[in-house]
Ligand binder design. Structure first.
Ligand code: ASP
Length: 323
């Protein structure tokens, strides 16, 4: 029997075309909607156009709207899976927000394209068909939010955009994909060990994300925090270290009760409090800086944003970020 899939479009290159001057642009008629006939041979599709936005225009407010849309549809009709088409620039952020704010047993699968609908080698319909096939497969259940592109299946927790233009842009540093899509089957070999759920309804607070660099001074952090951010995420150096001036300003921020989360700017590995010198991760950890357990800066920012709004346990950030 065919499965029931909710297909939500949000925009991005997968919904764009290249004009006569070579500019890739959104269209009044979303070209990915023409794929519906192809998709209907795989599943019963309920199609919704939530937005038609380039993904740099997507904010946590739209991400939460998607979450609320899925909740509303799942309450109205039996769903076997959800597929979301999305611009690739911020796809990992939407995937991660949905991962933290939904807890369905059916899969939510995000996909996109690196080439717009009328470009040579356009990958949109191909990726969409694969995403629908994954969403229909029983192996994809209980896996949380997935990203399917270029024959690979990734978890929201690990996925990141690694190339500006390659169709193989999405990768999971350190851990790799959890599965593959072939012509005949869906192959999933791994079960995610962590799933966290926060029943988030609204987002009102603000969290800043800054990258740390050699010779960084305190003024940048101070002026950012002077504009009233509720939390700060830093992409630190190596295992989680910062220059001395940054360390001093972090201590002042913590003194005001504002949470500071540290990730590494390294592509692989996990930041930990190891070094005890001024600005070393161990000193920062002892002072109350939270280490983000392997997620990248943009995801740690969303996690802190969500953590600042949560009202149920665990409300302490150390436990919240340890998972
Ligand atoms: N700039 C585009 C977007 O994120 C890139 C893409 O979709 O691949 O909307």
């Amino acid at each position: 029997m065919k499965k029931n899939i909710l297909l939500i479009h949000t925009g991005g290159t997968i919904s764009m075309k290249m004009d006569a001057h070579g500019a890739v642009l959104p269209n009044e008629h979303n070209p990915i909607k023409d794929a519906k006939d192809t998709l209907s041979s795989y599943a019963n599709i309920t199609e919704v156009e939530a937005f038609n936005l380039p993904s740099p225009h997507i904010t946590p407010v739209e991400m939460l709207e998607l979450r609320n849309l899925i909740l509303a549809y799942s309450a109205q009709q039996p769903l076997d899976g959800v597929v979301i088409t999305h611009g690739t620039d911020t796809l990992e952020e939407t995937a991660y927000l949905l991962e933290l704010t939904t807890n369905f047993d059916f899969p939510i699968v995000l996909t996109g394209a690196m080439r717009s609908a009328n470009e040579l080698g356009a990958d949109g319909v191909y990726n969409l068909v694969e995403a629908v096939r994954v969403a229909c497969d029983d192996l994809a259940r209980e896996k949380g939010v997935l990203v399917v592109m270029n024959d690979e299946i990734h978890q929201a927790f690990n996925i990141t955009k690694t190339s500006t233009s390659s169709v193989n842009t999405f990768q999971s540093p350190q851990y790799g994909p959890i599965g593959l899509v072939t012509k005949k089957a869906i192959h999933i070999q791994q079960q995610p060990v962590r799933r966290q759920y926060v029943a988030l309804e609204h987002i009102t607070k603000r969290v800043a994300l800054l990258k740390v660099y050699a010779g960084m001074e305190a003024d940048l952090i101070e002026s950012v925090m002077a504009s009233g951010y509720d939390g700060l995420v830093l992409e630190g150096l190596g295992q989680g270290n910062v220059p001395p001036a940054v360390a001093t300003s972090i201590l002042a921020i913590l003194d005001k009760g504002i949470p500071v989360v540290l990730v590494s700017r390294c592509f692989n590995g996990i930041a930990e409090g190891v070094y005890g010198y001024h600005g070393g991760g161990r000193q920062l950890e002892e002072a109350g800086v939270i280490f983000a357990n392997g997620i990248n800066g943009q995801k740690a920012r969303l996690k802190l944003l969500i953590g600042l709004h949560q009202t149920t346990a665990p409300t302490d950030f150390k436990t919240f970020f340890a998972m």
